[in-house]
Design a protein around this ligand. Structure first.
Ligand SMILES: Cc1cc2nc3c(=O)[nH]c(=O)nc-3n(C[C@H](O)[C@H](O)[C@H](O)COP(=O)(O)OP(=O)(O)OC[C@H]3O[C@@H](n4cnc5c(N)ncnc54)[C@H](O)[C@@H]3O)c2cc1C
Length: 241
């Protein structure tokens, strides 16, 4: 399911989900549906004709003409502050997609699935969690989600609900500050966290890692160091350091 060309998209809902991120629901007439893990390109055009294009993962999956994005504001960024602060229901954007055929999850595989997200890197992994849940495959899915603090976690409530209903096994990693009563340590994802919270290499999981470029490279290197074959690690880099 991949199409070319720019298509108009109408913002039907824009809701704050963390202090710096917003969920956007876009209606895209003729949208062909998308697989879990794909993304779109968004094009904005200013009145003087200046255009800016950025990629955004799709948090939703499957058929239907409405897609869900979650955009985290990068301070001083060109596009994300507009999408997080200014865009309103009824506004029109342009999208191209669905894009990407590598960072996708499809039902039917026998192997365990390890998801590792940093910050807004949760977005395509949320689509995978939703797809795996609907396919009754959530028991084979583990998610390690690294965020600055609990209030920075996009999809926090939905993930907690899923986990407490016996869905994906969820581990939080807080890098700046933990919620009250938290027993674990605070800091970035390291070998100890990976050993404790992920499928071991012997189980031959397929691993999806997504987030800021530095996070993804650090985690992917650490996974290889722990014995995961590089060919079993799929990465999506969102940019930045
Ligand atoms: C395949 C793909 C999917 C993506 N999906 C999402 C998504 O679901 N949600 C989302 O919020 N973003 C996502 N991104 C990132 C997004 O495309 C933009 O890069 C981001 O919104 C910043 O754009 P900007 O115009 O605001 O910043 P820019 O003006 O492009 O950059 C401003 C500064 O911020 C730095 N920067 C850019 N991106 C990041 C980043 N991700 N983290 C830290 N620093 C950064 C730049 O290096 C630069 O110094 C995705 C990127 C890719 C490639």
């Amino acid at each position: 399911m991949t199409v070319g060309g720019w298509q108009p998209a109408r913002v039907v809902e824009a809701v704050g989900t963390t202090p710096s991120a917003r969920l956007l629901h876009l209606q895209v007439p003729g949208w062909p549906g998308n697989e879990a893990g794909q993304h779109v390109d968004i094009r904005l055009t200013a009145e003087d004709g200046y255009q800016a294009v950025r990629s955004y993962s799709i948090g939703s999956y499957g058929p239907g003409e409405t897609i869900e994005l979650a955009v985290d504001e990068i301070p001083d960024g060109e596009v994300s502050p507009y999408l997080v602060r200014d865009v309103l229901p009824g506004d029109e954007l342009e999208v191209k997609g669905p894009l990407g055929g590598y960072f996708v999850w499809r039902p039917g595989g026998a192997e365990p699935v390890q998801l590792i997200a940093g910050g807004s890197g949760i977005v395509p992994l949320m689509a995978i969690v939703r797809a795996a849940t609907d396919a009754r495959a959530a028991a084979s899915v583990r998610l390690l989600y690294s965020v600055r603090t609990a209030e920075d976690a996009i999809y926090r409530d939905e993930l907690e609900r899923q986990a407490s209903n016996g869905g994906v096994a969820l581990t939080w990693r807080y890098t700046r500050g933990a919620p009250g009563g938290w027993q674990g340590r605070v800091g970035r994802v390291d070998d100890d966290v990976l050993r404790a919270a992920t499928w071991e290499p012997g189980r031959e999981p397929i691993v999806y890692v997504c987030g800021p470029t530095g996070f993804v490279e650090h985690v992917a290197d650490a996974l290889v160091g722990l014995g995961h074959p590089p060919a079993r690690i799929r990465t999506e880099r969102f940019g930045g350091a």
